[in-house]
Design a protein around this ligand. Structure first.
Ligand SMILES: C[S@@+](CC[C@H](N)C(=O)[O-])C[C@H]1O[C@@H](n2cnc3c(N)ncnc32)[C@H](O)[C@@H]1O
Length: 273
């Protein structure tokens, strides 16, 4: 199940902030260290609504999963950048609608591996698997035998890249990874992506974001609408297209919806024709 050598606890680095634990801190979880809280607080100084953005991203993930399971008939998910288990993980949302759903979770953080038991609570009819692997090596993810033992790649799969692609820095760096993964999936498969963006930010905050990237106090790489939309090249964008995560099919969410500048994250879902 793991490509780790030695006990998982030996691999956990409590001296460097990690995205999964920082996100867990913003979501109010307890699975984080002082270094993650300090990094989370540092980002809150330039982007004070980061906690709300994390919550809205999580709600998008759940709405997109419900759409895929209930409306699109998807029964297989490849969820890369899983994060630490929290309430309503992908398999729980999907299996409530279709208990036979199969989910492969992938993350590169050993801390997620240490908590993976909570991700492996499948219904008896379905199945969940956890792999430790890196999104930046999509070919290696596809080559893992456990992936094909759990997912039938002749049938549609939803590829979930929710709040993970922005840890792959560089303009245009996301598209080839998405392409490699989607090329391995058949017609009728879906792509779900969210990514931080500076687009709705006031000029002063956008400049602070650039300064934080340059100083290394954030490693969350923002993508503008054009670059984000390009991730869906060759796919049919599902209505309402590329939107702030807080506005995607959010008609049943409490009003008023947050100001997009307080979220600064795009979301979208596309279908492979
Ligand atoms: C912000 S969390 C998102 C969790 C979940 N997808 C969600 O949206 O609620 C990002 C996750 O991506 C993982 N991650 C970051 N870079 C990664 C990479 N190169 N390969 C695999 N996982 C990665 C982190 O360890 C973390 O668990």
């Amino acid at each position: 199940m793991s490509i780790l050598e030695g006990p998982v606890s030996d691999q956990i680095d409590s001296t460097t902030a990690q995205p999964a634990r920082r996100y867990n801190y913003w979501l109010g979880g307890k699975d984080n260290f002082a270094v993650d809280r300090a990094s989370g607080d540092e980002i809150l100084r330039t982007f004070p609504t980061a906690r709300l953005a994390a919550l809205e991203n999580r709600r998008f993930l759940q709405r997109a999963t419900r759409f895929l399971a209930a409306e699109a008939g998807i029964r297989q998910f490849l969820d890369i950048g899983t994060g630490l288990p929290t309430a309503d993980n992908t398999h729980e949302v999907a299996q409530r609608i279709a208990p036979e759903t199969r989910v492969v979770y992938v993350d590169n953080d050993p801390m997620v591996m240490a908590h993976a038991r909570a991700l492996l609570t499948s219904t008896p009819q379905g199945r969940t698997t956890y792999l430790e692997a890196d999104l930046r090596s999509p070919g290696a993810i596809l080559a893992q035998p456990q992936l094909r033992e759990t997912l039938d790649l002749r049938e549609p799969v939803a590829l979930m890249l929710v709040a993970v692609l922005h840890f792959v820095a560089g303009y245009g760096a996301g598209a080839p990874i998405v392409r490699t993964l989607m090329d391995a999936l058949p017609s009728g498969s879906f792509l779900v992506v969210t990514n931080a963006t500076k687009d709705p930010l006031p000029a002063r905050m956008a400049a602070d974001y650039d300064a934080a990237l340059a100083a290394g106090t954030t490693n969350i790489w923002p993508r503008d609408r054009a670059e984000f939309t390009d991730l869906f090249a060759g796919l049919e964008l599902i209505e309402p297209g590329v939107t702030p995560v807080s506005e995607w099919r959010a008609q049943d969410e409490p009003e008023p919806r947050p100001d997009p500048a307080h979220i600064a994250m795009y979301g979208g879902v596309g279908r492979k024709p």
